[in-house]
Each structure stands twice: as structure tokens, then as C-alpha cells.
Design a protein around this ligand. Structure first.
Ligand SMILES: [Zn+2]
Length: 282
């Protein structure tokens, strides 16, 4: 009787120490780097061969163990990240997201044709949205998301991520990009390497539109372009000229609208780049 009780106790102790060892190892299973704020992007590093899930969605892990995910404009805390090592260790982390306050931006003088699109134009913009959706859904095996991003163009910032837009007094969808003003024809360069997944000369709302995929669901979109210098499938290096600033689509002046997405989630590009260098003549 005594002996078997001792055995049980020993077994219990053994299990407890094994459990503790697992907990300690779990702590070092992965690391995260990024901004846990609405519109933020987070890059994770783990052991190659691990499996990573965000809620129920399995994330692509690069051959050297990197993964990425974004926090949407209106993200709330509570997303669950799960990492499973090749040895079968499993760890969960519930994410905390800092909320933001977004600006309200009023824009007057938008053409009636754009404010109240005809049925034909509505149909056209729906089809164009579908094409954009297809491009942003891609999950390419490419780890350019891990580069240090740089501004695709320099100039005064005239619009910021997330702001609530009011066109001719009517509240509309929030603005998801960062707007950089610049003369028509100014070169736009790749903020990071990637593959071109969409190049459209003239979309109804966004005019000349280009999407550059940085891998694992992260993409940059460039809107209102006057010219596109690359084509779908091109492999682009960081800093390479890809397009020219324009005033095409729904705009009141020439500017680059740079948007970033992690799949459907909207990311704030400004969180990924250094402060805009001071402009001469500003
Ligand atoms: Zn814009």
C-alpha cells in the first residue's frame, strides 16, 4: 500500500517536472515583432517546420521559420495565435490590440458622376473590386514581408490611414491608404521586393492601379497612377521604379495612394516606414 502510494507520488512529480519543462520550452517557441495597434503588422519567427494558426486560419511559415499577420483597422483584442513545433509542443497566445482614434477628413468637389455612379459604372467598379480581391487573396511563398519597408515616393502627406471620409458632406468608407502628394509623372518605387499581381490602367475609383505582393498574404496597392512600368508576374526588387504618380480615378489632385493589406485586413503603411523626410520648399 505504502509502496504504491509512493509510486503514484513519484509519477506525479515526474509528470509535473515534464510539464514545467514543456512550459519553459513553449515560451521560447516563437517571438513576435511589430506594432500591436489597429492597422499594425506583426512578423513572427519560430522553428522551421512549425505550424502556426491565427484563430482557425493556418498561416504560411517560410522555410526559415518566419510568418506574418496583420491587425485590421477596427481590430479588437482576442485573436488567438497558436504555434506547434515540429516536436509537438504547442503554445497559445491571445493578442492584445491597442485601439486608435481616426481623423475625420472632409473632401468637397467630387464630380457627380463619381458620387452617384450610373448602373454601368457600378457594375464596372464591382468587377474591378473582384479583380482586386483575387489579387489580395494570394498567399505567395515569398518572404519579402520581412524586409525593412521604404517610402515608394516622397512628398507632403495629405491623407492618412483609417480616416473617416466625408465626400461633399456624405460620410463614406474610411480611407485605408497613406496619400503622398506629388506632381504627375513622379516615379513610384517598390517599398519592398515582391511580385506584381495586378496592373490595371484605369479603374473607376482608383484609376491606374498596381498591386505588389510581398508574400504570405501581405500586399501593397498603388492607386491613381498615370503610368504603370511593370506587368503582372514581374519580380520586383526593393527601390525599383514601378509606376508614376497620377490623378486618375476619384481624386481631387495628383497623389500616390499607398495601401497595404494582409489578405482582407487593412494595414497602415506608415507604421512600417521611417518618418517622411522633410521636403524642400515645404
Ligand atoms: Zn488616398
Amino acid at each position: 500500500m505504502q509502496k504504491s502510494r509512493l509510486k503514484v507520488a513519484c509519477f506525479g512529480l515526474l509528470m509535473l517536472s515534464l510539464f514545467q519543462a514543456q512550459l519553459i520550452q513553449a515560451e521560447s517557441l516563437f517571438s513576435l515583432k511589430g506594432t500591436f495597434i489597429q492597422g499594425g503588422l506583426v512578423v513572427g519567427a519560430t522553428e522551421a517546420g512549425s505550424k502556426v494558426f491565427l484563430n482557425e486560419q493556418e498561416l504560411r511559415v517560410s522555410s526559415d521559420g518566419y510568418f506574418v499577420f496583420g491587425l485590421d483597422r477596427d481590430a479588437k483584442s482576442g485573436d488567438k495565435l497558436v504555434v506547434e513545433s515540429p516536436e509537438g509542443l504547442r503554445v497559445e497566445k491571445v493578442l492584445t490590440v491597442e485601439p486608435r482614434e481616426y481623423k475625420i477628413q472632409r473632401i468637397e468637389g467630387i464630380a457627380k458622376r463619381i458620387m452617384q455612379p450610373s448602373d454601368a459604372n457600378l457594375k464596372r467598379s464591382r468587377e474591378e473590386n473582384r479583380q482586386v480581391g483575387v489579387a489580395r487573396k494570394k498567399d505567395l511563398n515569398l518572404a519579402s514581408f520581412n524586409e525593412s519597408f521604404q517610402w515608394p515616393a516622397q512628398g507632403p502627406i495629405t491623407g492618412v490611414f483609417g480616416s473617416q471620409r466625408v465626400y461633399n458632406g456624405e460620410p463614406r468608407r474610411p480611407h485605408y491608404g497613406v496619400d503622398v502628394a506629388g506632381p504627375v509623372g513622379t516615379l513610384v518605387t517598390a517599398p519592398a521586393s515582391g511580385i506584381v499581381t495586378l496592373a490595371h490602367k484605369d479603374m473607376f475609383y482608383s484609376g491606374g492601379t498596381l498591386i505588389l505582393d510581398h508574400g504570405h498574404g501581405l500586399s501593397s496597392s498603388f492607386l491613381h497612377l498615370s503610368e504603370i512600368l511593370v506587368k503582372v508576374g514581374d519580380e520586383i526588387k526593393q527601390g525599383q521604379p514601378i509606376a508614376k504618380i497620377g490623378a486618375t480615378g476619384r481624386v481631387t489632385g495628383a497623389h500616390l495612394d499607398w495601401r497595404m493589406n494582409w489578405f482582407k485586413r487593412r494595414i497602415d503603411p506608415q507604421l512600417l516606414v521611417p518618418a517622411m523626410p522633410v521636403q524642400v520648399g515645404e
